[in-house]
Structure formats: C-alpha cells, structure tokens
Design a protein around this ligand. Structure first.
Ligand code: AMP
Ligand code: ZN
Length: 459
C-alpha cells in the first residue's frame, strides 16, 4: 500500500519509499536539556512516535536517532546571548553538566510515561565534539566559512538556494537587516564554532583548530545524523519552528560538506498552543507532564488528546478538551477490557481502512473515528479486541495492559461479607440473605463463584 507523507521541503504530500530496502533512517531533533520539557515539546515527540510506529506497522525496521542538545543552544536563535545550559546553571547554582544530566533523565521519564518508544540511538552533543569539528573542517575546506572575533561562521550567501526549506525571503531579510548583525556578513549567517569569551572560562569548552570554545547549535545535528544514518537518509523531523532557522542551517551545512540535503523527507509537527498563544519553554510559564499528573490526569489521556488532531495543524490546549480525552480513553479501555481475550485474527476490512488513513500522512483523527466505528460494529468481541490491539501498535495507548483499578472496599463491608460466608457455611440461609441485603443497600454487590464470594462497588 502506498504511504504518503507531507514533505516540507517540496511542500507536497508525496509517496514515501525507503532509500534502503526494509530499513528507514529517522532523525528527530531532541530536547535542549536546560529545563523540563513542556507538553508542547511533548506533542512533537508524540507525533514522531506515531510516525515511527506507523513505519513499523508497515513492516519497516526503523533506525531512529535522537540527539540531546547539552551545549551550544544560545538564548537567541541568531547566535547571540548566552548558552542556555550556562544560564540554567546560574539559575540553579549547579553545574551545567549536572543540569544536563538531570533534565535528560526527566525527559526520558516523560517519554516512558507517554508510551513513546525510545530511539534506537541517543546521542549527546558533548559526546560528539570531534565529529562536529571534523564536519566544520570539511565545510571550511570547501570555502563556506569565515571567522569573526567571536567565532567561525557559515557564509550563507555562498549557497544559491540557502533557506529553500523555509522559503526564506533572503533579499527581504537583507533589506531589513540595517539592524545590527555585528561582524556577520549576512543576516542569515550562523555560528559553526563560538569562542569562549575572552577572560572568562566556560563550564563547557573544548580546544579546536580555531581556538577554545564550543560548537554552534546546528552543527551537532548534521554531524551526528551523518555519523549514525549516513549523509543522506530517509526522514528528518522536528517542530514547526525549525522550518525557518535550525533545519535550513542543517541543510546548508550538509550541502557544504557532503553535497546532500541531509534527508529525503523533512517533516514538522505543529505547535501546541495554550490559550491561543505559543507555548514556549523560555517564556518561563509552561505546563509539564508532571503538572497534569499532579492534577490527577493520566499521561496517556494527554497522548489520546494529541491523537485527536492531525500533526500538521496547531492544537489548542485547554482543560475541557483534556477532560474529553479522559472520558473517551476510559470508555475505550473499559469496553476493550470487557471484550475479554482477543481472538487469533483481526478483521481485514478494518485493517485495510486503518492502513489507508494512517498511511495518508498519519491521519490519527480518522484512525480514532475508525476505532469507534469498530466498537459499535457487530463483529464478535474477540475479533474486535484483536483488531483494536493491532491498531494500538500505532496509537500506543497501552490497551492490552490496562485493567480497571481495584476499588477499595471498606472494612465494614468486608466484615459483613465474612459474616455472610459464615452464615452460609452454617446453612443459616435467612441470615445470609439478610446480610446480602445489607451489603447491597450500602452500594456493593456480591458475586458467588466456586472460588468464593467477590464483592465490588455497584456501577
Ligand atoms: P527544544 O527543547 O526547545 O529544543 O524543543 C524541543 C522540540 O519541541 C523541538 O522539536 C521544537 O520544535 C518543539 N516545540 C517547541 N515548542 C513547541 C510547542 N509549543 N508545540 C509543539 N512542539 C514544540
Ligand atoms: Zn536538529
């Protein structure tokens, strides 16, 4: 069956075919670990997880690489300001290294709680300084760099199609750049290597052919993606904000060093917005997954909420919508649970329709609608269950493992149940019946089975 994805590079939905038989190379830009991830960031990682699961569902082996940005991401995307990790260090009084470690772990915990499959390979920027230096050297050897007093820069005017991914209006940007661009030659030029500020020692710095300093933010992705996936691979993902700066720069670097645009497909997840405004980590006010959990929400309800929208549209977050997701997810869980054990085969008609919608650029709202149609269908329960669990390989809602929470039964009721058991054992049937009535009146019911009596709260 044809798989089609929207490719931001060509701005078209086009058929996806892997470059190498049966293995798909996937690179997703990872977090900058100077703070917790917010639920907006997590929406992007859920989209990427759905992409990965869809590829796997279609029978592909996926080699998924995600980086951890633990150095070089400055407070301004224009390569000015401070390193976010060093700012985090000042804020907390701890080392940049400790901060990176802590927030990397917190990030991995969030992914696990959202049933996001871990990448095949994690790679940290600070573990790949040599690879980044080698990539910058290749770019330099090909004549695309120049030095200023604060670093080595990429000269974007040397690439005729610089910024194509973002359809950047280069002339317009130049005209508007009467504002200070410092020693940069063009407003879109960006740092490949930054020097440590004179007279001060950074916590994270390395020696290089150009002087002591640290890599620019963009070079890590070009260097690590090429190392683990080759210089031209299948799919590169990130959030929509990367369309205009980070990804054009990754592409420029790869063109300059390896003459490729790095990936065949460029896919972007659109933003989660809070009250119609962009949610951003640096604005200081943001919702974490833990915030939702503290308010009594199941993390998977957030995952279900995200599945309710296509990844290529902005999604507005509010509590009522999340409540709606909770209700729907719990209904689905309870229904599936009551269907009992899955049968041996899935319904092929539903499976074909499911493939059609997920392979049509990951249309999760349509896929969920199909699930509810399956729920209402008159197929035998074991078939419905098997089909639903098969679909859940893509949804990742953990439906196979879910069980209703055991309800706490008050001690007083348990005592009545025990007394009734005694009465029955002694064949005092009248007493036993009276005790049952008492238990029922208190809102509980008893089921007698060969294993003994079970008590549960009435629905
Ligand atoms: P960062 O940790 O800031 O580098 O961002 C991690 C990922 O989250 C990147 O792929 C961003 O594009 C993405 N992202 C940032 N803000 C949002 C948002 N509000 N909604 C969805 N994705 C976002
Ligand atoms: Zn990147």
């Amino acid at each position: 069956m044809v798989i089609q994805f929207f490719d931001t590079y060509t701005r078209t939905v086009r058929p996806f075919e892997p470059l190498h038989a049966d293995e798909v190379g996937l690179y997703t830009c990872g977090p900058t670990v100077y703070d917790y991830a917010h639920i907006g960031n997590l929406r992007t990682y859920i989209f990427e997880d759905i992409l990965r699961r869809t590829l796997a569902y279609n029978g592909f082996e996926v080699r998924h690489v995600m980086n951890i940005t633990d150095v070089g991401h400055l407070t301004s995307d224009a390569d000015t300001g401070e390193d976010k990790l060093e700012v985090g260090s000042r804020r907390t009084g701890r080392t940049a290294w400790d901060i990176a470690e802590e927030y990397t772990q917190a990030f991995k915990d969030d992914l696990a709680r959202l049933n996001i499959i871990e990448p095949t390979i994690w790679c940290k920027a600070t573990d790949h300084i040599a690879e980044q230096i080698a990539t910058i050297r290749a770019i330099e050897a090909n004549g695309f760099t120049y030095a200023t007093s604060d670093g080595v820069y990429f000269d974007t005017s040397k690439l005729p199609d610089y910024g194509y991914l973002g359809r950047l209006d280069i002339e317009g940007l130049k005209a508007g750049s009467r504002v200070d661009i410092g020693e940069k030659r063009n407003p879109t030029d960006f740092a490949l290597w930054k020097f440590s500020p004179a007279g001060s020692k950074r916590q994270m710095e390395w020696d290089s052919p150009w002087g002591i300093g640290f890599p620019g933010w963009h070079i890590e992705c070009s260097a690590m993606a090429a190392k683990y996936l080759g210089s031209y691979f299948d799919i590169h993902c990130g959030g929509e904000d990367h369309i205009t700066v980070h990804h054009p720069n990754e592409i420029a670097q790869s063109q300059a060093c390896c003459n490729t645009r790095l990936a065949n497909f460029w896919m972007h997840g659109y933003f989660l917005q809070l009250d119609e405004s962009k949610m951003s980590k640096s604005s200081g006010e943001f919702l974490r997954l833990q915030t939702l959990i503290d308010r009594g929400y199941d993390p998977l309800a957030y995952r279900y909420f995200c599945l309710g929208a296509v990844y290529r549209a902005k999604l507005n977050f509010n509590w009522q919508s999340l409540d709606g997701a909770v209700t729907a997810l719990n209904r689905l869980r309870q229904t599936a649970f009551e269907w009992g054990a899955p049968g041996n085969s899935v319904d092929e008609g539903y499976r074909t329709r499911f493939l059609e919608v997920i392979n049509n650029d990951l249309n999760m709202p349509r896929a969920l609608a199909l699930v509810w149609e399956l729920v209402r269908s008159d197929l035998p329960a074991p078939v419905r269950k098997a089909t639903l669990l098969d679909f859940d390989r893509v949804f990742g809602l953990g439906l196979a493992e879910w069980q209703p929470a055991a309800q706490a039964i008050p001690d007083a009721i348990l005592a009545l149940v025990e007394e009734r058991q005694r009465a029955r054992a002694e064949k005092r049937w009248k007493d036993a019946d009276a005790l049952r009535d008492q238990i029922t009146a208190a809102g509980f019911e008893i089921e007698d089975s060969p294993q003994g009596a079970r008590v549960k709260a009435k629905n």
